[in-house]
Design a protein around this ligand. Sequence first.
Ligand SMILES: CCCCCCCC/C=C\CCCCCCCC(=O)OC[C@H](COP(=O)(O)O[C@@H]1[C@H](O)[C@H](OP(=O)(O)O)[C@@H](O)[C@H](O)[C@H]1O)OC(=O)CCCCCCC/C=C\CCCCCCCC
Ligand SMILES: Nc1ccn([C@@H]2O[C@H](COP(=O)(O)O)[C@@H](O)[C@H]2O)c(=O)n1
Ligand SMILES: [Mg+2]
Ligand SMILES: [Mg+2]
Length: 215
Amino acid sequence: MLNKYARAFFTRVLTPFAALLLRWGVSPDAVTLIGTAGSVAGALVFFPRGEFFWGTVTVTLFIFSDLVDGNMARQAGTSNKWGAFLDSTLDRVADAAIFGGLALWYSGSGNNNLLCAVAVFCLASGQVVSYTKARAESLGLPCDVSGLVERAERLVISLVAAGFAGLHKFGVPYIEWLLPIALWLVAAGSLVTVLQRMLTVRREAFEAAAADREG
Ligand SMILES: CCCCCCCC/C=C\CCCCCCCC(=O)OC[C@H](COP(=O)(O)O[C@@H]1[C@H](O)[C@H](OP(=O)(O)O)[C@@H](O)[C@H](O)[C@H]1O)OC(=O)CCCCCCC/C=C\CCCCCCCC
Ligand SMILES: Nc1ccn([C@@H]2O[C@H](COP(=O)(O)O)[C@@H](O)[C@H]2O)c(=O)n1
Ligand SMILES: [Mg+2]
Ligand SMILES: [Mg+2]
């Protein structure tokens, strides 16, 4: 949903910045790599220590590179399959670091095995959501459904909650509960999304098989 509605807005806002980076001689691949490295570092340095506010600020700054790299490639006319592969592969790396960092917090000083398991479930199910589409497309099936919780939703729900939960360290009471609520929401939403995509691909596979038999 966010991918559909927010992308156009962010494209307009980020286009001048993407153009500026191109003028400075920065390549889209460099933005993809630096954005991922920054997101991973922000998540793995701050989240395991319970520094959710600064972790979220850092990850958010770098993760927007994912909207800038493709914009740059399109403006430069250099969009290609390598860029698409690099972008999608490194998305998985950044996602693993974000939910892995949260799991590390709950397995350590956060001291909550259940929430550690929920964060690990968010990590794994998010990867499976993306894999369903990648594998379907590699089989020539479109996987023509986005599903309830795509990557943008997973990130926005988790990062908004983590950012606000981080305000607990600055004295805001009760706000730390936002993060567990968000993790449960992302876990449930990702499970639904996996099922939505699997059922869609199953239908597409049977339709393709029937069309093959008829033709
Ligand atoms: C006082 C509190 C302080 C709090 C401080 C910070 C708050 C920060 C809050 C939020 C920041 C969230 C930012 C998240 C931005 C995410 C942008 C992004 O990376 O989106 C990626 C997404 C998909 O891109 P791709 O096409 O490149 O990737 C595809 C995707 O990975 C597919 O995965 P799948 O969906 O299948 O699982 C793969 O299949 C595919 O291979 C791959 O190519 O891009 C978009 O969707 C574009 C839309 C982005 C919309 C971003 C919206 C941000 C909106 C609001 C921010 C809210 C801020 C609120 C702040 C409140 C603080 C007061
Ligand atoms: N280093 C890159 C990154 C991306 N691309 C192209 O952009 C598409 C993704 O666009 P986003 O707006 O989601 O970033 C991707 O499929 C590639 O075609 C690129 O060429 N090089
Ligand atoms: Mg991108
Ligand atoms: Mg991406």
